[in-house]
Design a protein. Structure first.
Length: 455
């Protein structure tokens, strides 16, 4: 085991995770009199709020990714390491990174969260979520492959299954995916195929609660639902998915059980903390909630370890109004900035009041010229909300050249309705292209039966 030591003259801050929380911790410490080591299993920061646009062909992965070494090129006190932390030793104050250990004086854990399938992990390969670049590319492959397969399919029932998209979860990700797929089917791809009419596409958005976008005020949830309906999206609330198997989604509304056949099922419901949360629980005894998120103190440390902070989606901060803060980028950003300032204050023998999140509001894109924005002082919908959504997302992109690329792509897409990143990539795409369909007779029968009772 190799032990890596930093300059002992300076306080050493180790940050695990280069998402919004880790990134803004490191950026705020960039000119501080400390040594910073930022560790991530990817060499880039990913702007997750725009992942759905990669998944639907509007942007490419590089448009929403910033290499971490480039971001911190001028931060001479910051070292970036590529790797995955698999253990933390609070007593020795070390993290284990492969075959090496790295000591720390202060540790900031910002490893985010993954999708939760509520005990049905066997659904994961059948209904991928959207958290990583790989997820986005896989979803993009499935969406565009579905239209290609429908173009070749001669069986009308199977063709309908290829042209049916089911999205589970109607938070911002689910709503934005549904709107983007609608725009693809009814506008972008309308003239591209010869054997199918893409306007026959069916998009079903399933939500377990009583309204979509539940984090927004009811008025905007209603506006979003009506807007989606105008785009051809069928929304089903108070709906619980009970099974996903053989291209059939089974769901329950009250006592009524229904099935629908779909070749493209996407998951946008539920989150669970990353595996590092359990490592911390085992090593320190800290409590985790049912979703695997670490319960944090008012200053974002964990109980019994004042030099370990947990921020972003992995942390459960419930000290403001009794409810955990949402897993969104502004929360992680503000937590990262707070932790960096608190570290500097501590080194001066001072402290800060407990963390308090300044809720800047929430927003969701529905489609072209359509969005909803819920701010503390104003509610917006339609075109003005859409403009506000664009400005906010451009503002939060990390690098200037990335901002320019995204603005250009959006402008081009707006004028032409063309999406230049409609690529079907990966080995699976090559294998699929060699066959007319991916079906076997038993699946064909199940699909046909599902459409007899489907929505």
């Amino acid at each position: 085991m190799v032990v890596v030591h930093e300059n002992n003259a300076l306080h050493h801050v180790v940050i695990i995770g280069g998402g919004f929380g880790g990134l803004y911790t490191a950026k705020t410490l960039a000119k501080a009199n400390v040594n910073v080591t930022l560790i991530d299993k990817r060499n880039f920061h990913l702007f997750q709020p725009l992942l759905y646009q990669v998944a639907t062909g509007t942007l490419s992965p590089a448009d929403i990714s910033s290499p971490l070494r480039a971001v911190f090129r001028k931060s001479k006190n910051t070292k970036v390491l590529l790797g995955e932390v698999n253990d933390i030793d609070p007593e020795a104050q070390e993290v284990t990174l492969g075959d090496r250990t790295i000591p720390y004086d202060t540790l900031v854990v910002a490893t985010g969260a993954n999708h939760s399938y509520y005990g049905h992990d066997n659904w994961r390969p059948l209904a991928p979520g959207l958290k990583t670049v790989e997820d986005a590319i896989e979803i993009r492959r499935r969406i565009f492959s579905a239209f290609e397969a429908a173009e070749k399919e001669t069986d009308p029932e199977l063709r309908r299954a290829w042209l049916t998209f089911v999205i589970v979860g109607a938070g911002p990700t689910g709503v934005e995916l549904a709107g983007a797929i609608s725009e693809l089917a009814y506008k972008t791809l309308k003239e591209d195929f010869r054997n199918i009419d893409t306007s026959e596409t069916k998009i079903l958005l399933l939500q377990g609660g009583d309204r979509i976008l539940p984090h927004m005020v009811p008025q905007l949830s209603k506006v979003a639902k009506v807007s989606l309906q105008k785009l051809g999206v069928v929304t089903q609330t108070n709906t619980r998915v009970t099974n996903i198997e053989n291209d059939i989604v089974t769901f329950k509304q009250g006592d009524k059980v229904q099935e629908i056949a779909s070749k493209t099922i996407l998951w946008a419901a539920g989150v669970k903390g990353s595996s590092i949360g359990q490592v911390l629980a085992n090593r320190t005894g800290v409590e985790c909630d049912r979703s695997g998120r670490v319960i944090v103190e008012p200053d974002l440390t964990i109980k019994g370890s004042k030099n370990i902070f947990v921020i972003g989606d992995l942390g459960n901060f419930s000290h403001q109004d009794g409810k955990p803060l949402p897993g969104v980028a502004p929360v992680a950003k503000q937590e990262g900035e707070y932790v960096a300032k608190l570290i500097q204050k501590r080194l001066q023998g001072q402290t800060l009041p407990q963390f308090r999140y300044n809720d800047v509001g929430s927003l969701a894109m529905i489609g072209k010229n359509l969005a909803v924005v819920d701010l503390s002082f104003i509610k917006l919908q339609g075109f003005l909300a859409w403009i506000f959504w664009l400005v906010v997302h451009i503002y939060f992109l990390i690098e200037f050249d990335t901002k320019l690329l995204v603005v250009f792509q959006w402008a081009w897409n707006y004028i032409t309705r063309n999406r230049r990143s409609r690529l079907i990539t990966g080995r699976e795409a090559f294998e699929e292209a060699k066959t007319v369909t991916n079906d076997v007779p038993s699946t064909t029968i199940k699909v046909q039966e599902a459409y007899k009772v489907g929505v």
